[in-house]
Design a protein around this ligand. Structure first.
Ligand code: TYD
Ligand code: MG
Length: 459
């Protein structure tokens, strides 16, 4: 029986969809077995000016549009370049920023470093941890070589208690590690459930806007997506950053999935070292550092993520399948895109690939969904299929259409500049991108109209 003033609902722990009945499959996000029972308390009326969690809010009134000062220039720059870049040039005061990632990827490490910088620049910063004790956080700080006087640690999971401390301390920035561990005493559901996580995020949104301080929420994502988290919060927060990477590789990629104050898809690249995260200002160098020269199945593509050019190696392996029909396996590129490009190669170029297993990997644990990598995939697959290596000084880019045509892409000049900077000599790129390109005598530029043209040039 539900307690008085509350009712039982079932919520999808993946996306937050709510239903009065238990469902086996979520009609919204399609997840199976993701519904759990939660109690939703009907919130009692409260006096105006006091948020549910006890924060004293300043009164709001309508303001005339013309009297508002634009504040695009007031971003707080942390000095952690890769982090500032992903946020669109710095932190916008009053914004609520969610940082999602799998456990152990380095979220607490990154935010400890951010907290350190912010406290040195702007005064007191509160780091709330629901997972670790103050001493554990201090140990991490020792490892990072930081000891900031303005950084306050609070090991607490009650939202109401945290808000009390915020009222007392009046910090200039707040970090919550992690949103899944914090719970409001006003709700009956367990910490980490969709209702709790949303309530916590909602209250911090109110707080961020009201005190005009940035609030960072750390959120865990599991591969199964079973813990309520980032997905259920994406529409509440201003900015969503995902921290990605493979645990066995040292580099980490911070990606903006949503940003109300900047470009989405911007990337920051870090390396995890024994003394914390170090920014990687030159990702092309990192991604090409272990490239095998003279091996078939390897192509280098000039890609753009956000506003940033990067050269990435694509590796393909085509081998005959034991089972008659070939499988397609990809890492870092969309599997459907590869299937489509392979079908195009069969139909337009005449390859027989249906009996082959095809593996396509982006080297370095990065993933790209940019159309300009198409020509790189086609080149790598063909190189492996024919067992002919691509010239090591050649780089490719271009979108490939279903008719086998090579289509123009954006930012051609930026890609070329990066290719030249990294010492490449020859570029195979869309013919339609050639007009108006700046002269660059370091590069031999070959425009192609079709995949057949491109393959003739490459092999
Ligand atoms: P952590 O930030 O605790 O991950 P998360 O908060 O995302 O769960 O860091 C995880 C890993 O990083 C851990 O295995 C230890 C490692 N690490 C380093 O390699 N160097 C460092 O300087 C620190 C602080 C951590
Ligand atoms: Mg952590």
């Amino acid at each position: 029986m539900a307690a008085k003033g509350s009712r039982t609902i079932y919520a999808c722990q993946n996306c937050g969809y709510q239903s009065r009945k238990w469902l086996g499959k979520c009609p919204d996000c399609g997840a199976w077995n993701s519904f759990t029972e939660e109690r939703e308390r009907v919130a009692p009326k409260e006096s105006a000016g006091i948020a549910r969690s006890g924060l004293k809010l300043r009164e709001t009134k309508p303001v005339s549009f013309t009297s508002i000062e634009a504040q695009d220039d007031v971003r707080e720059v942390t000095g952690i370049e890769e982090f500032d870049r992903v946020l669109g040039g710095g932190i916008v005061p009053g914004s609520l920023i969610l940082i999602g990632g799998e456990p152990g990827i380095g979220k607490s490490t990154l935010l400890t470093e951010v907290a350190n910088k912010l406290s040195l620049l702007f005064g007191s910063v509160l780091y709330v941890s629901g997972e670790e004790s103050e001493r554990q956080i201090k140990l991490r700080g020792d490892r990072l070589g930081i000891n900031p006087a303005g950084l306050y640690l609070l090991s607490e999971t009650s939202l109401e208690r945290i808000f009390d401390e915020i009222n007392k301390l009046q910090p200039q920035a707040i970090i919550i590690d992690s949103v899944q561990t914090i719970f409001s005493e006003k709700l009956e559901s367990a910490p980490g459930s969709v209702s709790q996580v949303r309530e916590v995020a909602g209250q911090f949104l109110l707080l961020a806007k009201n005190l005009t301080v940035p609030v960072f929420l750390i959120g865990h994502v599991t591969k199964e997506g079973m813990i309520a988290g980032p997905k259920a919060l994406e529409h509440i927060v201003d900015t969503v950053l995902y921290f990605e990477g493979e645990r066995h590789h040292n580099h980490r990629i911070l990606r903006a999935a949503k940003n109300r104050f900047g470009a989405a898809n911007e990337l920051g690249i870090f390396e995890m070292t024994g003394r914390g995260l170090i920014g990687v200002p030159n990702p092309s160098e990192l991604f090409l550092s272990e490239r095998p020269l003279g091996a078939s199945g390897s192509a280098v593509v000039a890609a753009i993520e956000g506003t940033r050019p990067m050269l990435v190696e694509i590796q393909a392996l085509v081998s005959s399948s034991k089972f008659g029909t070939g499988r397609r396996t990809t890492q870092g590129v969309e599997i459907n895109r590869v299937a489509l490009l392979v079908a195009m190669l069969e139909k337009r170029v005449g390859f027989h690939l249906s009996g082959d297993d095809i593996f396509v990997n982006l080297v370095g644990g990065i993933s790209l969904d940019e159309p300009a990598v198409d020509l790189g995939i086609v080149a790598a697959v063909t190189s492996s299929f024919r067992n002919i290596p691509i010239n090591e000084h050649t780089i490719v880019f271009g979108e490939v259409g279903l008719a086998g045509e090579v289509r123009a892409t954006s930012h051609a000049a930026v890609r070329l500049r990066e290719a030249a900077r990294m010492g490449f000599k020859r570029v195979v790129m869309p013919q339609n991108n050639l007009s108006g390109l700046p002269e660059d005598d370091r590069l031999e530029i070959i425009g192609v109209r079709s995949v057949i043209d491109a393959l003739d040039t490459l092999f």
